[in-house]
Ligand binder design. Sequence first.
Ligand SMILES: *[C@@H]1O[C@H](CO)[C@@H](O)[C@H](O)[C@H]1NC(C)=O
Ligand SMILES: *[C@@H]1O[C@H](CO)[C@@H](O)[C@H](O)[C@H]1NC(C)=O
Ligand SMILES: *[C@@H]1O[C@H](CO)[C@@H](O)[C@H](O)[C@H]1NC(C)=O
Length: 542
Amino acid sequence: MRSLREVSMKVPQSSLITFALLLIQLSSSSGGKILVFPLDGSHWVNMKVLIQELHAQGHEVTVVRASDSWYVSEKSPLYTSVTVPSPGGFEENYFKAFLSRQLEIRLQGKHTSFWSKIWTHIQIEQLVVNQMSQLHKGMSEMIIQMFEDENLMQSFHEAKYDVVLTDPGIGGGAMLARRLKVPLVFNVRWTIQGEAHFLIAPSPLSYIPFTATELTDKMTFPQRIKNVLSYIFGMYTMSYITEPHYKPVVKKYFGPSVDYSTFFLDADIWLMRNDFVFEFPRPTMPNIVYIAGFQCKPPKPLPVDLEEFVQSSGDHGVIMMTLGTLVENLPQDVAEEIAAAFAQLPQKVVWRYIGQKPANLGNNTLLVNWLPQNDLLGHPKTRVFVTHGGTNGVQETIYHGVPVVGLPLFFDQADNLSRIKAKGGAVIVDIAELERHMFADALMTALYNSSYRENMQKLSRLHRDQPLKPLDQAVFWIEYVIRHKGARYLQTQSNKMSWFVYNSVDVLAALLAVALLVTFTCISIVRLLWRFVFVGTKVKHE
Ligand SMILES: *[C@@H]1O[C@H](CO)[C@@H](O)[C@H](O)[C@H]1NC(C)=O
Ligand SMILES: *[C@@H]1O[C@H](CO)[C@@H](O)[C@H](O)[C@H]1NC(C)=O
Ligand SMILES: *[C@@H]1O[C@H](CO)[C@@H](O)[C@H](O)[C@H]1NC(C)=O
């Protein structure tokens, strides 16, 4: 009813009736049984928003977790959990150490030559490959443990789930769904084989930038070369990381006739966390539903002391900074430069920072252990958001229309931010080059050049102007799959084709063969005729 009341203020009567009918339809199907196989860590934060809503709609949710799960708690009012007695490969301390090491290598690349930057890049790549490989190794062991546990599998079968909901960044959910013969819904941006669109939708590399290239949809010839090479290298790396772990499992439990390369593409619906408000337009598929921003909410009031601090900024307003939950502190010298830059400004600053207090800290800067990100972003005094570019931060800042100063750290965060930059809403600073003056310059640009705020406000208006809120959309499609026992009819045949059939290589080859045959026959006939005539005339002359 919450959404109905909000909608009723804006929409005409007829669509209100349609919407009410929709709600009735929704509530009549409630009470489905949903099995969730999540990816631990920050992705879980996302998945939980969805689980919360499914629970609120009266569905019964069961969550599969590893014995050493980091974020996924065993007890929750929202779901019942099933713990597989095996580590899932996502161990907290190990992962944090991996991120710090990655940051360290990046910062070593400071002020160095082109070649040592490349070397830095290779080192990071290697670190990521090892870490991801560990994760998938752990996951594949967890899957085997699960499949071998007959009691557990029996209880899964007996529970008669309506749908499996999973993040295909790990292989477990897709395998479990196939094993239980239950429809499958992805909450997805990444699959174990790479960015989701590149796997299921046509993706011409001429205008679709590959992951982590920071390219746009307008590429020069050298950039297109970079894009194609990145694609080849990236796809190879992904299969190198995942195949050795999952391929044997697929073969063992589903038989050698199953095509491994398409095994993980078999979802009924792909709930995709992409937002074309700031991402580049590209071909899509009928079973893809876009739900980016489903985690965004209107702001709640701030805690009293924080509100007081924010109000004390006067007309200058507030800058907020957080680098996510995984990076708690920065190297001291970087933190000093950031603090010094903040101290030069008349704004107040709320900075989520755990670690030694920087000596340069200005009296305008408040260090906090935690901040209510969404509520602060939605506060009218907030002027700029300094972020690393994780999913939640990016979507929330678009939702609230706040300009960004980006400090990308890992993975595809630089991509996220470069897209907002391409729309004129962000200034990006390379953390390896960060120094107080350039950081202050970046902040001033985002604060005082009004085009940044205007562009972000525009993105915000576009993002909010949708027929159905992203979260309602996600729930609708999960319930749709429950009601119709899947949505296979939306799947294209491309999943079942080999690359040469998909690209019509066989047809082209056949046509070419025919063309060659015809040409050859014609030439032969002409030659034969010519010789006949020529020889004939010669004979006549003699
Ligand atoms: C904060 O520092 C600035 C300059 O460093 C100074 O002018 C101002 O009075 C200080 N404010 C307070 C409340 O201490
Ligand atoms: C942004 O980056 C995060 C990784 O930190 C990734 O999971 C997410 O999908 C990206 N979001 C967008 C909108 O590109
Ligand atoms: C503001 O930024 C935009 C985009 O970077 C730029 O084109 C424009 O000239 C800037 N305006 C001012 C007043 O500096």
